[in-house]
Design a protein around this ligand. Structure first.
Ligand SMILES: [Zn+2]
Length: 74
């Protein structure tokens, strides 16, 4: 049985996942927020979001779980 919430969740998580291949359009920092193309501080104006700090191990676990479900590998 499919759960629409999972797809929404994956979409949200994907949007916030750090993109280590990108560089901030404003200050050239990496990683960037996938959805904005900007680093954490330029996205939120919070210095403590530097270096991908907005994304924790729990977020990565949730992302991987959502990805696996979306791909039907759960
Ligand atoms: Zn920046």
């Amino acid at each position: 049985m499919t759960q629409p919430e999972v797809n929404d969740d994956l979409e949200t998580l994907s949007a916030f996942r750090p993109d280590h291949s990108g560089r901030c359009e404003v200050c050239d920092q990496s990683p960037v927020v996938s959805a904005t193309g900007l680093c954490g501080p330029c996205t939120w104006g919070e210095a403590d979001t530097m270096n991908g700090a907005w994304w924790g191990e729990d977020d990565e676990r949730r992302y991987q779980a959502a990805l696996a479900k979306a791909e039907g590998r759960s």
